[in-house]
Design a protein. Structure first.
Length: 309
C-alpha cells in the first residue's frame, strides 16, 4: 500500500505517474464517489428516518464430527454366498472410528512414599522373555498359521479378497464406504496386516475368519478397533443386542443378529459376528446362514480361534 504522503503527491499531479507504464489490468483509475442523497423520512415517524429493526439471530450450531465410515456391504464371501440365492443387497457391518478424537488426559498420580527397587548393577539387566511368555514369538511370524483349520466337509472358496490368505490395507479399506478415509485411518492406527480364511457348507452359508494385526505404539490400534466395533453392533440396525462374552477372554463378544436380512422373494439371511483381541491381534469372525446362526457352534469356533492366539 502506498503512504498518504505519496497519495497526496499523486493527486497533486492529477493521478499516479506510474500508471501509464503498467499493464492495463494494473493501471489505476480515479473513482468518483457518488454523492449521498438525503432520504425522506419514513411514514409513521414524526421527525426522522425509520429506525432499523433487528431480528433475533439464533446462535450458530456447533459443528458436528464427521460420520464414521461404514462398510459398503458384507465381506466378499458373504455376498458371494448370498448371491447363490439371488440376495446381493442389504447392509454390512459397521465400524466406529474414534482415532481422530484427542486422547483424554489422565489425572496426575500423587502417591508419596512409594518404594522402588534398587537399580540393577551394570551387566545384570534382565534377559529377553522366554517363548512361553513372549506374545510376539507367536504373532510375529506367519499369522496365517494361527488361523483355525477349515472344517472337514466344507468348501474353501476361491473368490476371497487378497492373495494367499493375506489381505492388504488397500483391500481392507475397500470394504468401506469411504476407502480413502479408511485407508488413512488404518495407517494412523498402526495397521500391519490381515490373515483370513473362509469356508461354506451349502448355498447361503458362509464363515469368514480374519486376524487383523496392528503395530503397538503409543496407543493400541487393536484395542480401539475392538471397542469401536463392539460399540456399534448392539444398534437395532445391526445385531440389536449387547452380545455374549466369549469365555476365557476379557474382551471378546459374540453377537447373534436378532432378525435376518430379508428381501422379498428370497431366503432370509441370518448373520452373526464374534470379535475380540489378544495383544495386538484382533479376531473377527463373520457368519451367514439361511437359518439363525447356531450360538453353540459360533461360540465354539470363537473360543477355538482365541485359544490359538
Amino acid at each position: 500500500m502506498e503512504s498518504n504522503q505519496e497519495s497526496s503527491s499523486w493527486n497533486a499531479f492529477g493521478g499516479d505517474p506510474r500508471s501509464a507504464d503498467d499493464p492495463p489490468t494494473t493501471r489505476l483509475a480515479r473513482i468518483e464517489e457518488p454523492v449521498a442523497q438525503p432520504s425522506a423520512p419514513a411514514q409513521g415517524w414524526a421527525g426522522g428516518a425509520q429506525e432499523p429493526s433487528y431480528a433475533a439471530v439464533p446462535p450458530a450450531a456447533e459443528p458436528q464430527p464427521p460420520a464414521p465410515p461404514r462398510r459398503r456391504g458384507r465381506l466378499a464371501l458373504l455376498l458371494a454366498a448370498a448371491a447363490l440365492l439371488g440376495l446381493v443387497g442389504g447392509v454390512g457391518y459397521g465400524y466406529h472410528v474414534q482415532a481422530d478424537e484427542p486422547p483424554t488426559a489422565l489425572p496426575p498420580l500423587s502417591q508419596p512414599g512409594l518404594k522402588y527397587p534398587a537399580p540393577l548393577a551394570a551387566g545384570k539387566d534382565p534377559g529377553p522373555l522366554d517363548a512361553a511368555h513372549d506374545h510376539q514369538v507367536k504373532t510375529g511370524g506367519d499369522l496365517r498359521k494361527l488361523l483355525v483349520s477349515v472344517p472337514k466337509g466344507t468348501t474353501k472358496p476361491d473368490f476371497l479378497p487378497g492373495e494367499g490368505g493375506w489381505m492388504s490395507v488397500y483391500e481392507f479399506a475397500d470394504n468401506f464406504e469411504d476407502p480413502d478415509y479408511m485407508f488413512q485411518n488404518m495407517l494412523e492406527s498402526g495397521y500391519r496386516r490381515t490373515a483370513m480364511t473362509a469356508w461354506t457348507r451349502y448355498a447361503g452359508h458362509a464363515v469368514v475368519v480374519q486376524l487383523i494385526q496392528f503395530h503397538e505404539h503409543e496407543s493400541s490400534g487393536a484395542a480401539q478397533y475392538v471397542e469401536d466395533q463392539q460399540s456399534y453392533l448392539p444398534d437395532s440396525d445391526w445385531a440389536g443386542n449387547e452380545g455374549t462374552p466369549v469365555p476365557g477372554s476379557g474382551n471378546a463378544r459374540l453377537f447373534i443378529y436378532d432378525s435376518p436380512d430379508v428381501e422379498p422373494g428370497y431366503e432370509p439371511l441370518w448373520e452373526a459376528v464374534a470379535i475380540g483381541r489378544v495383544g495386538d491381534v484382533v479376531m473377527e469372525i463373520h457368519f451367514a446362514d439361511t437359518k439363525k446362526v447356531s450360538k453353540k457352534e459360533a461360540m465354539a469356533l470363537a473360543k477355538k480361534q482365541l485359544e490359538r492366539l
